[in-house]
Design a protein around this ligand. Structure first.
Ligand code: 6GU
Length: 224
């Protein structure tokens, strides 16, 4: 997979992909992530990327031209399966969309900033608009990092244990059961005995029951 991300704050997208599973996925050749600074495509002598909004009102709007310039360049180089705009008024990001995106070859992601982006960019280019939750972030960058992380870990071969993405919370609409490691007793709290029993059928049944219980308690909406 190849992912191109367009932003006016590329620094925000450095560390999320430079460690752990995301770095390993790139090292192993499962994904290429390219972050582009929209400002590099400004033809204006002050390198401006935003402007006042028509009609007045507080907040700047990302201009069409620099974004169109980089989009046209990238689209001439390859075909993108989706061009995603990160915005609080997008579709709420859930595991199902995440699974679908993990099957794509080329993704292009535009991070919103300031008051947003000129509506005509959305009309002309964008194929999918994503929000990661009902709250407002300063920009789309952290949300883009969330989406990329959630998608890339699903690419076959990225996780060591091939089954572990399938047993994630949400893949079966259930939250994960509790997990334990050593020591067997901490501050008087013992690890559930079944986990020490060596009886894998019993352990699996216990995990399913715990997952169901946790989901009923915390996210009953998932069970509907
Ligand atoms: Cl994608 N962008 C911004 N700026 N805020 C958000 C968001 C995205 N998703 C939730 N809040």
């Amino acid at each position: 997979m190849r992912i191109d991300i367009l932003t006016v704050v590329p620094q925000l997208l450095e560390s999320p992909f430079s460690a752990s599973i995301m770095q390993r996925a790139q090292d192993k050749g499962h994904v290429e992530i390219h972050v582009h600074n929209i400002r590099d495509y400004s033809t204006n002598k002050h390198k401006n990327v935003d402007d006042y909004q028509y009609g007045g009102g507080a907040g700047m709007v990302l201009s069409i031209e620099p974004i169109a310039a980089i989009v046209e360049k990238l689209k001439a180089e390859r075909t993108y399966d989706e061009f995603i705009f990160m915005t609080p008024d997008g579709e709420l990001f859930e595991q199902a969309a995440c699974n679908q995106l993990s099957l794509k070859q080329n993704l292009l992601i535009l991070c919103g900033h300031y008051k947003g982006v000129d509506e005509r960019i959305r009309q002309k280019y964008i194929t999918k608009e994503i929000s990661i939750g009902s709250y407002v972030l300063s920009g789309g960058e952290l949300a883009a990092a969330v989406v990329v992380d959630a998608v890339v870990r699903l690419i076959p071969g990225v996780l060591n244990d091939e089954t572990s993405a399938l047993t994630d919370s949400f893949q079966d609409n259930l939250l994960s059961p509790p997990v334990y490691t050593r020591p067997p007793v901490f501050d008087g709290m013992a690890v559930p005995e079944v986990l020490l029993s060596g009886d894998f059928a019993k352990i699996e049944a216990w995990r399913e029951e715990q997952a169901l219980e946790r989901t009923k308690q915390r996210r009953p909406d998932l069970l509907k």
